[in-house]
Design a protein around this ligand. Structure first.
Ligand SMILES: *Cc1c(COP(=O)(O)O)cnc(C)c1O
Length: 374
């Protein structure tokens, strides 16, 4: 097929429940489209200008300051834009905060991404797993009585929202004051207000809830930046990114530009993270209600007290019905609902940019599908 034969229009858009890269606000896509041939004042597109160009530096600084205002990030924290995805952070966190310290890093293992983070951390030093939900296929989270973190740990690491299993911490896990709390917030970053002061470090790749693939946001308490051994690989060394204001090497300029627009959309159109949280609660509760009232036709994967606002995971009575559900949903323009193979069933990722109408359409389809097949 030629390009012209496949040119799609905005009306061809589906409700996209992809886990990531994922749905973006339509207004952001429009702005990007409008500025694609020529960024105002640049005489070229953002894709074509230097990362040292004043126009780009302003875009980067604006993205940072919008994030700072949304999350209330103080000057005690550095905000860095890195490449390598969340996966590089599995290594970077441990290389900076564990390697050579003689300490032990403690992990709460509540899903697939935490497991991968532990594998990488083990290459850098001594790692302890304080809680492991593998026995119940990661359907639950620890409470304070399930573990105790030593006062001298290098850090306590957890994943605030396990994207594959659909389990999300309602608030920060118990952590001694002397221990930096580290969070992989990749799939729930900006879904609600976050008390950054409680953290040593929070990171999030953008392509779930905050922008396109290519950029990872790292928010790090400044006093932790100097701990790292000078001999760790330069790109992993947070100090290089902090001191050079995310321009130690070429940053992912386009991804930062779009992330900045998403942050402005959250601030100006949504009205901030508290409003976003309200909307996310309404959206997710409407789907969980359908699951709970389906007389067992839909079975939620996550225990009810740790259900995710972002990734709604559930199973159907059979593999056959699951396949049928995905196919029929597709013909109703409800896309990318197949669950991850480790959980099976369905995963509806309903990130910030998923409009209420999309969730409503999915809910109506679920109710109808259950009544026809239950
Ligand atoms: C997607 C995801 C990752 C991996 O992100 P990459 O950018 O592909 O490395 C890690 N953690 C969580 C919670 C995720 O959702």
């Amino acid at each position: 097929m030629t390009a012209s034969a496949t040119t799609a229009s905005a009306t061809d858009r589906v409700y996209n429940f992809s886990a990531g890269p994922a749905v973006l606000p339509e207004s952001v896509l429009r702005e990007v489209q409008e500025e694609m041939m020529c960024l105002p004042g640049a005489g070229a597109s953002l894709l074509e200008i230097s990362h040292r160009d004043k126009l780009f530096i302003e875009i980067l600084q604006d993205a940072e300051s919008t994030l700072r205002s949304l999350l209330g990030i103080s000057d005690d924290y550095s905000v860095m834009f890195m490449q390598g995805g969340a996966t590089l952070q599995f290594s970077a966190v441990a290389a900076n905060l564990l390697r050579g310290t003689g300490k032990k890093a403690e992990y709460l293992l509540t899903g697939s991404w935490g497991k991968k983070a532990i594998e990488e951390a083990k290459k850098e030093g001594n790692v302890g797993v304080l809680f492991d939900a593998a026995k119940t296929n990661y359907d639950r989270l620890p409470t304070a009585s399930d573990y105790s973190c030593p006062d001298d740990a290098a850090y306590l690491y957890y994943c605030s929202n396990e994207t594959i299993q659909g389990v999300q911490f309602a608030s920060e896990p118990e952590c001694p004051d002397s221990v930096p709390l580290v969070s992989d917030a990749s799939s729930d970053f900006l879904c609600r207000p976050l008390p950054i002061d409680r953290y040593g470090l929070v990171y999030a790749c953008a392509q779930k809830n905050a922008g396109p693939a290519g950029v990872t946001v790292v928010v790090m308490r400044k006093d932790l930046i100097d701990i790292a051994d000078e001999n760790i690989p330069g790109y992993l060394h947070y100090k290089n990114h902090h001191e050079n204001e995310s321009e130690w090497n070429t940053p992912p300029t386009f991804a930062i530009y779009v992330l900045g627009k998403v942050a402005r959309w959250l601030r100006d159109d949504i009205g901030g993270l508290a409003n976003m949280e309200d909307i996310n609660r309404q959206k997710s509760e409407s789907l969980y209600k359908i699951i709970d009232e389906s007389n067992g036709f839909y079975r939620g994967h996550a225990q009810t007290d740790c259900r995710s606002l972002m990734n709604v995971t559930f199973n159907l009575p059979s593999e056959e019905l699951t396949t049928k559900f995905v196919a029929e949903a597709g013909s109703h323009r409800l896309a990318a609902l197949k669950g991850h193979r480790s959980v099976g069933g369905i995963r509806a990722s309903i990130y910030n940019a998923m409009p209420r109408e999309g969730v409503e359409a999915l809910g109506n389809f679920m109710t109808d599908f259950a009544s026809r097949n239950g």
